[in-house]
Every structure is written in structure tokens, then in C-alpha cells.
Design a protein around this ligand. Structure first.
Ligand SMILES: C[S@@+](CC[C@H](N)C(=O)[O-])C[C@H]1O[C@@H](n2cnc3c(N)ncnc32)[C@H](O)[C@@H]1O
Length: 419
């Protein structure tokens, strides 16, 4: 079995330990049965000599698990960054995005739905989507999804972008047309050769299946494919893997987003937080859908370089609990982030930033009532806490309180203008 594990590692980067040797061995047995072979040596030889069988084995071992808006926050942050950074610096031209691996399509389609809902016109962006699995790609192109693909609590996007069809939901052509699917093995030298470079790359839940040398190779490739100013989104547990490989977290809680180290700005002095306008003139708030407005709060810059909001007096020298809490939240370690915020409150007393982070974590967990309680506490301590105002606006929109959301957006806008 070692020889087969070695072949899989060489071919597709799979580290047998990541899914377990027993699962590989079960899959091999089932392939042997399918091929009518009873001896492992015979199957191993057949596998080495027959590319079609190697592809069939790869198909059988890949983990295609995915769903729409998986982890939610990366898609929210994508829209926020596109509107606040890309749109403002690109009055024309096409935003280029990549989803690799895209599996059965839920990830790239979520990127497209989020951007369309955010008000970005269809002709301003294109998503390339790549996966090693032909079966996954066929299914992605059919774009017919059943309930397993819709797992989050918020599913309003389904009403906007899908039509009920047989026992599932068929994605509208307006979203499908934004994606270009192609088969590719990220380890192949010619994968995405000549495709140009991308503004935003999603490479989530792939690195975890690779050993460290393969991770390094893949990250080098992603570094070459990503623009200097671009952002790479990885899976929540993969953020620590990229740290030593030329990328650094941009420390936006729960987004697992990073930039190439060489492109990161020098840390700014405390109190010099840049507040970007949420969107360009061509995407005025009126033309932006509720989702975009709710997504338009500025990204948290590296915690060591920020104040929590224009009016907050909180001092955060590097290494404080709140910086660490934001980092842990960013890595998806929500319970630890909560613990640090609570410690901070015990030691330093209540601060708006601590309550804001607690709210954000509860929000990510889907507990909107508790999240709103924390946001209210944050605003009690600092009525001008921009990020909290924007999060509260999002919650109001979700509850259908459009008027409340509008007032909160206005308040947030005034904070930005005064900053
Ligand atoms: C768990 S899914 C992740 C899908 C999506 N990015 C997400 O996070 O929901 C992993 C996908 O990686 C693909 N894959 C595995 N090895 C690959 C490789 N060497 N090159 C390209 N895709 C690969 C598999 O076919 C599978 O569809």
C-alpha cells in the first residue's frame, strides 16, 4: 500500500496521514474489485501503467466536501475589500478571481453571488474555477444543488439566485455565466500557465491534505498567481500554514485572509488608522444592495497598527489580549478568542473593542441575539465605534428593519467623515 500512497502523493500531493491510510486502503480495495483484480501487486502495476485507472483512483480518494458560503465571513470580506479597495482604484477593467480547488462549484458560485449582491456589475468580474476532479467539475457545470449544499442559517441568496428544480435548486444563468471552470492539478507545472494573475484567490481546504514540502510548493505557485496587492483566502485552520511561506494574515477576524509579505504596508503609528470609503462613486450606496452595504465596513488592518475606531481611546500596544483575540478569531479559534476578550475585560475593564469582538464571534456562530447584546454594549461605551455600527446595521437588515439599518449606516458614515 506504501507504493500507492507514494504515487498519490506524487500525483496529487495527497498526504495519506491527512485522510488516514485505512481510508486509502478501503478505496484501493474497492477499485481492485471494480477492475477485477485480487492481488495488490497486480493492481499497483496496473495503476502505474494505466493513466485512466490513476485518474479513477484520484477521483475516488478526493474529499469534495463543500457548501455555499462556507464559513460565511470570507465572502463578506471579499465584497468589502473589492468595494473599498479594488473598485476605488480600478474605474474600469475586469476584476480577476480564482477558486482553486472549486470542487462542485459552491465556492466560486458563492463568490459570484456575493459580488453581484454587493452591486458589482457582471461585466466587471470573472471567476476562474479549477479542480483536479472531472466528476466535481461536471457537477459544478450542471449547477443543480440539493439541501446538503445549503448549510448556513442565512439562505436568502437561494431565493435570489436559484429556481426550484426537481428535488433541488438550479442556479440562475446570471451567476453561472460569471464562472469559467477548468480541470487542473495545482501541482502540475502548467496548471493555470498563461492564465495571468489574480486580484483575489480562494484556495481553501486543500493545503490541509498536503505535507509541508507540497504546501510550500503550492504556496509558491499561489504567490506567483496573485497580484502584489492581491488577497489570498485559505481555510480557517490553514492560516497558520501560510505564515512562514511568504504570506501574512491581514487579521480580519474569521476571514483567514492573507497578503504577500512583500506587499504589506509598514505598520502605521497608533491612531493613524486609514478609513477607506466603502465604495466608489459608481457604486453609490443607492446602487448597492443591502448585502453590499452590510459588507462595507473597512477591513481591520493589522491589529498592532490600529485603534478600534476613530473615537476610541483604547491603547493597544502589540501583544495585548485584544490583538491576540482578533488573531484567534481570524483563525477560527472562537472559544479562545472569547476567553481572551473576557480576560481583557476582567483586567482592564470594559472596552468597546472587546465587546465588538465578542459580538463578532457570536455573530459568526449564528447567535444574533447575543451578538446584538454585545454590539449594544460596545456602542454604549463608544457611540462612534464604526465597525460596531456597521455590524449592527447588518443585523438590522437581516431582521428586516431597513429603517434601523439605514440610520445605523448614516451614523457610521458620519463617523467616517469626521475621522
Ligand atoms: C474539500 S474540497 C474544497 C472545496 C472548496 N475550496 C471549499 O473550501 O469548500 C477539496 C477539493 O480539492 C480538490 N483537489 C485535491 N487535490 C487537488 C490538486 N492537486 N489540484 C487541484 N484540486 C485538488 C478535490 O478534488 C476537492 O474537490
Amino acid at each position: 500500500m506504501h507504493q500507492i500512497e507514494h504515487l498519490l502523493r506524487r500525483t496529487m500531493g495527497l498526504d495519506a496521514a491527512s485522510i488516514g491510510s485505512s481510508l486509502i486502503s478501503q478505496t484501493v480495495r474497492s477499485r481492485m474489485q471494480h477492475c477485477g483484480l485480487t492481488k495488490l501487486e497486480d493492481y499497483t502495476r496496473f495503476l502505474h501503467e494505466t493513466p485512466a485507472e490513476l485518474s479513477a483512483l484520484v477521483e475516488a480518494v478526493v474529499v469534495k466536501e463543500t457548501w455555499f458560503f462556507r464559513d460565511k465571513e470570507p465572502f463578506t470580506v471579499l465584497v468589502r475589500l473589492v468595494l473599498s479597495e479594488w473598485v476605488t482604484t480600478h474605474p474600469d477593467g475586469t476584476l480577476r478571481l480564482l477558486s482553486i480547488p472549486c470542487s462542485t462549484g459552491e465556492e466560486p458560485y458563492s463568490m459570484a453571488m456575493a459580488l453581484l449582491d454587493g452591486g458589482l456589475p457582471a461585466d466587471r468580474f470573472q471567476v476562474d474555477a479549477v479542480d483536479i476532479s472531472s466528476h466535481a467539475l461536471e457537477s459544478a457545470q450542471c449547477a443543480l444543488y440539493r439541501k446538503n449544499s445549503f448549510r448556513g442559517q442565512t439562505r436568502d441568496y437561494r431565493e435570489r439566485h436559484f429556481q426550484p428544480f426537481e428535488d433541488g435548486y438550479l442556479l440562475n444563468q446570471s451567476v453561472r455565466g460569471q464562472i469559467r471552470f477548468q480541470k487542473g492539478n495545482i501541482l502540475d507545472g502548467d496548471c493555470l500557465d498563461g492564465s495571468g494573475i489574480y486580484d483575489y484567490i480562494f484556495c481553501r481546504n486543500l493545503l490541509i491534505y498536503f505535507d509541508p514540502p507540497t504546501q510550500e510548493k503550492v504556496l509558491q505557485k499561489l504567490g506567483r498567481l496573485l497580484k502584489k496587492s492581491g488577497v489570498l483566502f485559505v481555510g480557517p485552520v490553514e492560516l497558520t500554514l501560510v505564515a512562514s511561506q511568504g504570506f501574512a494574515s491581514v487579521r480580519i477576524p474569521m476571514a483567514a485572509a492573507c497578503r504577500k509579505v512583500a506587499s504589506l504596508p509598514e505598520p502605521q503609528a497608533q491612531g493613524s488608522r486609514r478609513h477607506r470609503k466603502p465604495a466608489s462613486k459608481s457604486l453609490s450606496p443607492r446602487s448597492v444592495s443591502p448585502l453590499a452595504k452590510s459588507n462595507s465596513r473597512p477591513a481591520l488592518p493589522p491589529a498592532s497598527a490600529t485603534k478600534s475606531s476613530p473615537s476610541t481611546s483604547l491603547k493597544q500596544p502589540p501583544g495585548t489580549e485584544l490583538e491576540n483575540a482578533a488573531r484567534l478569531a481570524d483563525e477560527g479559534r472562537l472559544a479562545e478568542a472569547v476567553q481572551l476578550c473576557e480576560n481583557h475585560i476582567q483586567i482592564h475593564g470594559a472596552t468597546a473593542q472587546a465587546y465588538y469582538l465578542l459580538g463578532l464571534v457570536r455573530d459568526a456562530e449564528g447567535n444574533e441575539t447575543l451578538a446584538a447584546d454585545f454590539y449594544r454594549k460596545a456602542l454604549y461605551l463608544d457611540p462612534n465605534h464604526y465597525d460596531t455600527l456597521m455590524q449592527m446595521a447588518t443585523l438590522s437588515e437581516k431582521k428586516g428593519d431597513a429603517n434601523g439599518a439605514r440610520l445605523l449606516h448614516k451614523r457610521a458614515q458620519r463617523v467616517l467623515e469626521k475621522a
